[in-house]
Design a protein around this ligand. Sequence first.
Ligand code: UN1
Length: 509
Amino acid sequence: MTYTATAHTSELAHSILARLGVTTALDFQQGMSVRSPIDGSQLAQLRPHGSEEVKEAIARAHQAWQTWRTVPAPVRGELVRLLGQELRAEKHALGQLISLEAGKITSEGLGEVQEMIDICDFAVGLSRQLYGLTIASERPGHRMMETWHPLGVVGVITAFNFPMAVWAWNTALALVCGDAVVWKPSEKTPLSALACQAVFERAMARFQDGPAHLSQVLIGGREPGEILVDDARVALVSATGSTRMGREVGPRVARRFGRVLLELGGNNAVIVTPNADLDLAVRGIVFAAVGTAGQRCTSTRRLIVHRSISDQLVERLKQVYGRLRIGNPLQEGTLLGPLVDQAAFEAMQAALEAARAQGGRVTGGERVLQDEFPSAYYVRPAIVEMDRQTDTVRQETFAPILYVLRYEELSEALALQNDVPQGLSSAIFSNDLRETEAFLSASGSDCGIANVNIGTSGAEIGGAFGGDKETGGGRESGSDAWRAYMRRATNTINYSRELPLAQGVKFDL
Ligand code: UN1
C-alpha cells in the first residue's frame, strides 16, 4: 500500500507493522501515544515498560553477552550479514514507516534504511578485522600484543530524527564486537524501533545458533533511559540527543565508571568564499539546511559568506527557499516535510523572535498548510540575516533556520565558525587550495566533520561520525569507531627461561 490522499496515515503504518510482524499491542489504552508529524493523527498507543521490566531486559542482555562473546567474531558477522539482507528486503516498508513516524520525505526515509544496510556491510567486513597491535618488548624472549575483547551490554539511546539508523550504527558494530544491545528509542518514534527489532528477529531466526536477547527494545520516556544509564551492567551507554540530555547522562555514567559515547547537538556552518562555485554552494546549502526539515544534528544552521558575494548568494537562496515544495513527505516531489511536533514549531518561532530582537532580518519561517493539516506543523524555511553572532545564533534550534553572517577575512570566518559551543560538522565552499587547506588544518575548523565543497549533512557510514566540545566527543559508525564497543587488553608473553623485569629493576630473591 502506498500513500494516497485518502489513505489514513495510521492505516498505512498498521499495514507496514503487520507486514513486518510487529506483534506488540499497538492499541493499548491510556498508553504512550505515538503521532504522525504528517497530519498529527495517532498511529498507536503503547504500554511503557516498567522499571522491573527494564532491569530484567538488562539482565537478559548481560546473560546473552556471556555466550555471545565466545562466538568467533566472523561468525558474529554472519548474523549481521543476515540482518543486512533482511533490511534490504524491507527497505521500502521501513523507509515509509520512517516517513510516517518522523516526517521525512520518501527519499530521505529510504536513505536512512540504506544507511543501516551500509553499516551492516561495513560491520561484516569488520568482523574479520578487529585488529590489535603487536608491540616490541624491551625484554629478551618477550613479546607484547593487544587483544580486543567484547565489552558487555551496550545501552543505546536514540533521538526521533534518525529513528532507525543510529540504532543500526551502534548495533551492527556492537554485535560483531561481541556485545548485546538494549535500545531505548525516542518516545516520538517507538514504532520504528519495534520494526527494526522485528527485522532483527528475522535475521536471528535464520542465524539459529545465537543466544536470545542480543537486541531488545525498551518502550518509554525518561525512566527506562535513566535505568540504563545507572545500571553497572551496562558497560557502554551510547546516547544521541540534545546537549542537555548529554550533560545529565555523561556524569551519571562516569559516577559508576561506565563508558559513554555521546552524539549531542551541532551548530554547523558553511563558509562560502569569493571564488566558490556558487551553483554548487546553493545546492549544498539548501539540502543541508532544509533536508529533514532542519532536524538533523548535521543540518546547516549558519552560513558564513564573504561580503563581496553575500547579496548575490543570499538572494539566490531566498529564491530557492520561496519555491521549495513543502507538504506531505510521502508525496513525490516534496522536498520539505513537517516539523516533528508542536513543541518543535514553538521552539522555532521562539528562536526567530529572539533573533529579530537581536537585530535579525527574517525571511520565511511562517507556518503553512494549516488548512490541510490543522494538527501538523509545516513551515517555510527561514533565512535570518544577522549583523553578529548573537546568543540565539550560538544555540542549536532543531528547525530549518539558516542564520547568515558576513565576513571580510578568512580568519574572521574561521573564528566565527568555531565560536559556538558545539563542534559537530562544518564545510567550506571554495576552489582556492589555500583557503580549503586552512579550513582543514589544525587552526581551521574545530569540528569532528570538516567538508570541502559539500554540505554539512549526509555523512557516509565509512567515516567516524561525531564531534567535539558540547557535541560530546563520541565517534560512531565507520573508521575505528568499533574500539568504543570493545575493551583492550595488553598482553606480555615471556617465552624465555629468565624473568627480567622492565625498566631494569632488580628484585633478586
Ligand atoms: C543525526 O542527525 O543524528 O550525516 C545523524 C548525516 C546522517 C546522520 C545524521 N548520516 O546527516
